[in-house]
Design a protein. Structure first.
Length: 316
């Protein structure tokens, strides 16, 4: 995997080049979350998917950079909407600067991402634009409950597919596409990436309950404070056990009292709903791994087959 590590180093160098600005304040604000680190999961997937074709090349690197810039930009906006204080273990951009600066820097990074992707041709721009629409659509729907008559579980999974799955799907698609992989292989990576995104978000939602510290990069219980319906809470709501009455009461909406947040976390951590959510993530991991069955066996395919289980295992 030395090629992968070398490729990620190239992506990181290029990211720092792209966020540079003549204005020192804008440069610092643009690099705030980039310098905080992060998993670089999306560019890693782009580079890995390229091994299903001819491997890493300049276009693959640029595509990986564009995807990561889009992700970084979305984090600036997410933190404003969530009123977050911490991101990636450091003060969030909105806490470090202010909401207006965080929003504008997020917009600037979206522009930088579009500029990078524009260098890859019209088809790449079209894919980027559709991905951006789905990202925004998912965020809008995430702020609302399921519409009247809609199944809450279906609504929830649809939100995850849009707000998280869409960009990870594009990351995988770009990698295969710009490495010259066959169209059928690119199609597999589109669906594979979306499933990885679902698994990734499900694991995050479980970690928001089970982590004892800022293991997930955010304060545990963030979703409970905001009243966000995640999979463990949706499974909890199916309960008819009288013993769950207090937990159901606590999770009926946003929790403003910190003692009640901690009480809800303790009760949820030992509740079967959390294990059901983990099992759901593992079912999706099985589905993602099976998608790769038609592809010729290779080291890259073996790594991609193991990846969904590694992502799901983050919540274990």
């Amino acid at each position: 995997m030395s090629d992968l590590q070398a490729g990620l180093a190239r992506v990181d160098t290029r990211l720092h080049e792209v966020v540079q600005h003549d204005d020192a304040f804008i440069a610092a604000a643009s690099a705030h979350l980039l310098d905080a680190g992060g998993k670089r999961f999306r560019p890693m997937l782009t580079l890995l998917a390229s091994e299903l074709g001819d491997g890493i090349n300049d276009d693959v690197i640029e595509a990986a950079v564009g995807v990561e810039l889009t992700h970084l930009a979305s984090l600036y906006h997410d933190d404003v909407m969530d009123e977050a204080d911490v991101r990636r273990g450091v003060p969030s951009a909105n806490a470090t600067y202010d909401n207006a600066t965080a929003i504008l820097v997020g917009d600037l990074l979206f522009g930088r991402a579009s500029e990078v992707i524009a260098g890859l041709g019209a088809e790449a721009v079209r894919i980027q634009a559709r991905t951006f629409v789905r990202l925004c659509q998912g965020q809008i729907q995430d702020e609302r409950q399921a519409p009247a008559g809609a199944d809450p579980m279906t609504h929830y999974l649809g939100v995850l597919a849009d707000k998280t799955g869409s960009l990870i799907s594009t990351a995988a698609r770009y990698g295969a596409m710009f490495a010259g992989a066959p169209d059928k292989t690119v199609d597999v990576m589109v669906r594979y990436g979306e499933l990885i995104g679902l698994i990734f978000q499900l694991a995050d939602d479980v970690l928001d309950i089970t982590s004892q510290s800022q293991q997930s990069g955010k304060e545990p219980g963030t979703d409970l404070r905001e009243g966000v319906l995640t999979l463990p809470v949706l499974y909890l709501r199916e309960s008819t056990d009288p013993a769950d009455a207090r937990l159901l009461e606590l999770t009926s909406g946003p929790i403003a009292d910190e003692k009640q947040v901690q009480e809800a976390l303790e009760l949820l951590r030992s509740h079967p709903a959390v294990e059901r959510a983990r099992a759901h993530a593992l079912q999706l991991a099985d589905e993602a791994a099976r998608l790769l069955d038609p592809l010729p066996d290779s080291a890259a395919v073996q790594t991609l087959r193991a990846l969904p289980y590694q992502v799901a295992g983050r919540s274990a």
